[in-house]
Design a protein around this ligand. Structure first.
Ligand code: F6R
Length: 608
């Protein structure tokens, strides 16, 4: 989604801004822009499309202070006039991530006060509001603070003024923002990866913070306006981790990083002989002792991880589990259970719907909260009592891959810890699970060897309009995830069903043009699944079966088999995910889509 970069230095900051924006491209955007102060005037460049075009257009732009933005359209179509920065009266420039909910009322008021609106965005009200306070003689900091008090909604903003070439004012509420610190150069960004070429030393702003950033340093004020100290941290993100290296796309790289990501996520557990609640935080043992159920809240792929976990939690730990799409839960009237453990699952930790669902749950009296998240400094991690960090490393491709499998690993650990605490795990079973977890990264590596086979198979999908994914039990959510991956990046319409549901409706769709992809683990439901596959074959459907060893499903006319390794028991969903990711990737390659930045989608969905 939208990205922010800003810089104040003793050198021309335009290259820093452009490099920062290009590093935020992965978040998804449709236009970009920047503004600098030059000779007491604001000089702005905006363009629709890629940062490369903005770079071309900014060849002659220079300035020692500037702010820049990539925009993912919410209010107003993608167009140059809607691109940020927005400027008020040639004087105040603003970049903004988030959504201002009361912008219509503010727009009416500001229009009546003589402000002219040149875009359809909600952001433009921020610049005019700040200007209205600045024009009354307030400093840029006080004018911004006063304007923020009038805003309802979510924001991360950067602000500069034509007559103040020394200061950027920035603030956050509901959207992430951080400061970058270097020798006599200071930066702002919505994501640390934007600043890696210039600094690794960062200060994460907290909810409601406002900061004044100049060449000589910075000052932070909290939501009440008091001076606040925030620690300077050294980001562990390496240049390498955000470079493509030998791969063609980030998605391909991230699929291949899964063995390492799983090994890193499971490191502390696999190096130990026993499972302890402490991996979820110091208060985990006490919290887990008083819960009687689990409520998982998440969106998209992370929601699918939650769906798998429900099977594990109910079967292995014997604890009731509900899984809800965050955007539904936040608005429906539900029956709260204060003894439930609320688990939010998220790659970014900034997803607006998941954050809102968490605060809704808290308002309903849910006190026991756990974040399973890939970004340590994210809002969700800060807002939950307990946490387990997945260690997938930065995920750049919009389609989530390694974040999903590491979420599954973390949720499996939660299952085992709860099972142990509830007396449902013998010492022998615990050792067996630990043994299997230690082998998981190696098993994942083996599945990746299917890549050339899947690449060949993908050619058969290039001309298809629709696809059906089938799974049963633990693997039904994997079918959902396979369908989501295919539709996101190849734009082929894909649906997933529990295989037993076929005859209750979707079978009507099956004909020779409908590829049916089936996840076929060698588990207790295999024979049932085989009957469902016969139903498809009898209607002329073309079957693509990802079958474990010893399933005895044979290649035949209209039946293509991808041979998976031995059945991996409870961990099988993790292994079965990988070929479906590869299938989506290679079909997208066939279709020539923008794999890492599929149309209309964004990486971190920080707006509702
Ligand atoms: C799909 C995908 C999205 C995200 C969803 C939640 O490939 O990436 O469906 O899973 O937007 O994002 P996080 O996990 O960051 O909360």
């Amino acid at each position: 989604m939208c990205g922010i970069v800003g810089a104040v230095a003793q050198r021309n900051v335009v290259p820093v801004l452009l490099e920062g924006l290009s590093r935020l491209e992965y978040r998804g955007y449709d236009s970009a822009g920047l503004v600098v102060v030059r000779d007491g005037k604001l000089e702005r460049v905006r363009s629709i499309g890629r940062v490369a075009e903005l770079t071309e257009k900014s060849k002659n732009t220079r300035g020692l202070i500037g702010i820049a933005h990539t925009r993912w359209a919410t209010h107003g179509a993608p167009s140059e006039r809607n691109a940020h920065p927005h400027i008020s009266k040639n004087h105040i420039a603003v970049v903004h991530n988030g959504i201002i909910e009361n912008y219509e009322a503010l727009r009416t008021r500001l229009t009546a006060a003589g402000y002219e609106f040149t875009s359809d965005t909600d952001t433009e009200v921020i610049g005019h509001l700040i200007h209205s306070h600045y024009a009354r003689g307030n400093s840029l900091l006080s004018a911004t603070q006063a304007a923020l008090k009038e805003l309802v909604g979510a924001y991360a903003i950067g602000v500069i003024a034509a007559d103040n070439p020394d200061q950027i004012i920035c603030a956050r509420r509901g959207s992430p923002l951080l400061l970058g610190v270097s020798d006599s150069e200071y930066f702002i960004a919505s994501d640390v990866s934007a600043l890696l070429p210039v600094t690794r030393r960062v200060v994460y702003l907290e909810e409601g913070d406002v900061a004044e950033v100049g060449r000589g340093g910075y000052r932070i004020f909290d939501a009440t306006g008091k001076r606040a100290e925030r620690a300077v941290q050294t980001s562990e993100l390496s240049e390498e981790s955000v470079q493509l290296g030998e791969y063609k796309h980030y998605m391909q790289k991230e699929i291949h990083e899964q063995p390492q990501a799983l090994a890193d996520t499971l490191e502390s557990v696999c190096n130990s002989q026993t499972l302890v609640p402490g991996i979820f935080g110091a208060e985990a043992a006490a919290t887990f002792a008083c819960i009687d159920s689990v409520l998982i809240l998440a969106c998209g792929t992370s929601y699918h991880a939650g769906l798998v976990a429900r099977y594990w939690l109910e079967e292995i730990a014997g604890i009731r589990c509900n899984v809800e799409v965050a955007s539904e839960y936040r608005y429906r009237t539900s029956v709260p259970n204060p003894k439930s453990l609320v688990v939010v699952v998220s790659q970014s930790g900034e997803t607006a719907d998941t954050q809102a669902a968490l605060s809704h749950a808290k308002k309903l009296g849910h006190d026991h909260t756990l974040a399973i998240c890939n970004v340590p400094e994210s809002a969700l991690v800060r807002l939950c009592k307990l946490r387990m960090l997945t260690r997938a490393g930065p995920e750049i491709g919009v389609a989530s891959t390694k974040a999903f499998t590491t979420q599954l690993a973390a949720l499996f650990l939660l299952t085992l810890v709860l099972a142990k605490q509830r007396g449902r795990l013998t010492a022998q079973q615990e050792q067996q699970h630990l043994h299997e977890l230690r082998h998981l990264p190696g098993a994942t590596q083996k599945v990746l060897e299917l890549e050339p086979h899947i690449a060949r198979l993908a050619k058969q999908f290039a001309g298809k309009q629709h696809a059906l994914f089938l799974g049963r039990g633990l693997h039904y959510p994997i079918a959902l995830e396979g369908a989501l991956k295919l539709k996101e990046i190849s734009y082929i319409h894909a649906e997933a069903y529990p295989a037993g549901e076929l005859k209750h409706g979707p079978l009507a769709l099956v004909d020779k043009d409908m590829p049916v992809i089936s996840v076929a683990p060698n588990d207790a439901l295999l024979e049932k699944l085989k009957s469902n596959l016969q139903e498809v074959r009898a209607r002329g459907g073309e079957l693509y079966v990802f079958a474990d060893a010893n399933t005895h499903i044979r290649e035949a006319d209209g039946i293509h088999i991808m041979q998976m390794p031995e059945h991996a028991g409870y961990l099988s969903p993790i292994l079965h995910t990988i070929p479906l990711q590869l299938l989506a990737y290679y079909v997208a390659l066939q279709k020539g889509t923008d794999v890492d930045k599929p149309r209309n989608l964004a990486k971190s969905v920080t707006v509702e």
